[in-house]
Ligand binder design. Structure first.
Ligand code: ARG
Length: 587
């Protein structure tokens, strides 16, 4: 909380006590922003107090505005049910700008938590697709957002490295691969294995009994058959090499990796114990199941309560088996306060079941698990589908976007000043920034159409627009240092000179982005921060267009405006970095 806010709240408490004999605490009071900056910097809604004292909100606001006096305020005014507060410009700017330049956007939390954020978590049968990029953008942004307020964050990646789908690509390669390798095929390893997975799908359509061979292979795998295990290791190693390249390119870092091939065993033990204790049931055909309470899961189409399979009839384990093991492993090994799973919305039901089953097993950590769910990503052509081979391949998309970014940069580089190295670096940052920003500004739960061209535009709610705004702020600061040799000292700056609507709106944009960062964390919603970054960039451009920053005849005004631009540059940079975008000083 800003000092200004605290002072206003304290004074409100005093005034309410004096005027209405009601005791309030700091937490009771919520200050909001008036819809129009001309009305003031903060406002307070009086409905609740009015109810308590049996007056109208209008009367209450009026009385409060007449009785409240505070030296940091220029004006206190009642407007309908609201009390509006206008803070003295000098004080407002000094505190906001000072705080942001010195401490950045985040407020450090008093209660530091240990949080695991699991994201990406691919299967080892195919390359990463556009949906994974949305996952990666969300997951890595969330990691940075939680870290910014001082939490201990562990980023985790669960690799689903075993199971039916993996056996499919293995069987396919064994049958039709003819000894080909990623090297001989000159393909990235994950793409190479993906090719055989797609081939399997096509063959299975012609010959459905292939499924039995896959199941046979899975049984052998679980029985640790030497040949099957060797094949599995070889093919997974190809995939990991490919994944690693993509992680590096897209800026994804992981502190720990979990492997289903390890945690599924722990999962099996947990299921066995649950069966013994009578928490789970073994059905006539031999499969182990958990019953799902009707109150939360309704009834199935036969009018019976739902259940979740935990082990197949042949004893092999399923997706849920490994997730039980993985969840226990996470809490046991890392003593977490929170465990967050970033996984697509098609698995909402799976996670609802998983958390339910964990609590049936009386694990108290069941309540500390959260699922950050996100929607599908479509390209204009339609849905991504791996089995049909029509995936929107992540690597391919990044490469294509880089090419498009290069063209755009070249168009702007009229004097051909950029070296090839600079061109490539810029294109990379702009392309990745465009993808990430586009994927992050949308609300996570909603499905989304990714429009490559629009995402790269320098206009509108895009990464390049925000990156460009940052570069513009930096350029203003650079020029100022050369032209005016201004040493930007907050203490000697006369902020009361910043009176214009555009300057005030920009100050509010700075306040809003601080709040957005807090909300993004509390609601597991990076979109909040992304919106605020865009908004700040927009307000900065409006300010820049309306008010010349450098004014040789008025060095004091120049200094105050420069200080504002400096804070904006700090806020934009930090905001963009938290979202995984790398800034450019020149664009
Ligand atoms: N590998 C899974 C998939 O691609 C996602 C895993 C998510 N994490 C988990 N703990 N279940 O669908």
């Amino acid at each position: 909380m800003l000092k200004i806010e605290k002072k206003i709240k304290k004074e409100l408490i005093k005034t309410v006590a004096k005027s209405f004999k009601i005791k309030l605490s700091l937490e009771d009071i919520v200050l909001k922003f008036p819809p129009n900056i001309a009305l003031g910097d903060f406002c307070f809604e009086t409905f609740e107090i009015a109810k308590k004292i049996g007056r109208t909100a209008q009367e209450t606001a009026k009385i409060l505005s007449q009785n409240l006096k505070l030296d940091i305020l220029d004006k206190v005014e009642a407007m309908g049910p609201y009390v509006n507060f206008k803070v003295k410009n000098n004080i407002l700017f000094k505190e906001i700008l000072g705080k942001i330049v010195k401490k950045g956007l985040a407020e450090k939390t008093k209660q530091k938590e240990k949080i695991m954020i699991e994201y990406l978590s691919p299967n080892t049968n195919k390359p990463l697709h556009l949906g994974h990029l949305r996952n990666g953008a969300l997951g890595s942004a969330l990691v940075e957002i939680f870290k910014a307020s001082g939490n201990k964050v562990i980023s985790a990646n669960l690799i689903n490295d075993r199971g039916v789908h993996i056996c499919k690509s293995m069987l396919s390669w064994l049958k039709w691969g003819g000894g080909e390798t990623p090297e001989t095929a000159k393909m990235k390893g994950d793409h190479f294995v993906g090719k055989w997975y797609v081939k399997y799908g096509l063959e299975e359509e012609k010959k459905p009994t292939l499924k039995d061979e896959v199941q046979e292979m899975l049984k052998k795998w679980e029985a640790e058959d030497k040949e099957v295990r060797e094949l599995w290791q070889k093919m997974n190693a190809w995939v990991y090499k490919g994944f690693k390249e993509t992680y590096q390119k897209f800026g994804l870092k992981f502190d720990v990796f979990f492997y289903e091939s390890k945690t599924y065993k722990l999962g099996k033990d947990i299921v066995e114990k649950g069966l013994k204790k009578g928490v789970f049931q073994k059905e006539a055909n031999g499969q182990a199941v958990a019953q799902l309470p009707q109150s939360k899961f309704g009834l199935n189409k036969d009018g019976k309560p739902n259940k979740k399979v935990l082990l197949r009839a042949d004893g092999t384990s399923v997706y849920t088996t490994q997730d039980l093991g993985t969840a226990v492993e996470k809490f046991k090994k890392y003593k977490l306060d929170k465990s967050i799973y970033v996984v697509g919305s098609e698995q909402d039901y799976h996670f609802k079941c998983l958390f339910e089953i964990l609590s049936q097993l009386s694990f108290d950590f069941a309540e500390k698990c959260y699922h950050l769910s996100y929607g599908m990503v479509y390209l204009p052509e339609g849905k991504m589908k791996s089995r049909e081979g029509k995936v929107v391949d992540g690597d391919g998309l990044i490469a294509e976007m880089e090419e498009m970014a290069k063209e755009e940069i070249k168009k702007r580089d009229l004097k051909n000043k950029l070296s090839l190295k600079e061109l490539n670096e810029r294109a990379c940052k702009i392309a990745l920034g465009a993808i990430k920003f586009y994927l992050l500004i949308a609300n996570a739960p909603t499905d989304l159409h990714f429009d490559p061209k629009q995402s790269l535009s320098f206009e509108g709610k895009t990464g390049p627009y925000c990156l460009y705004s940052y570069a513009r702020a930096k350029s203003v600061l650079r020029k100022a240092n050369i032209k005016t040799k201004a040493t930007i000292q907050a203490k000697q700056t006369n902020f009361s000179l910043l009176k214009e609507r555009e300057a005030l709106a920009l100050a509010r944009g700075l306040l809003e982005i601080k709040i957005a960062l807090k909300d993004a964390q509390a609601e597991l919603n990076p979109s909040k921060l992304t919106q605020a970054v865009y908004n700040l960039a927009l307000l900065f451009n409006q300010f820049y267009q309306a008010l010349p920053v450098i004014n040789k005849k008025n060095p004091n005004l120049t200094q105050a405006r420069l200080k504002l631009v400096e804070a904006v540059s700090v806020a934009l940079k930090q905001g963009l970095n938290l979202l995984g975008l790398e800034t450019l000083d020149e664009m």
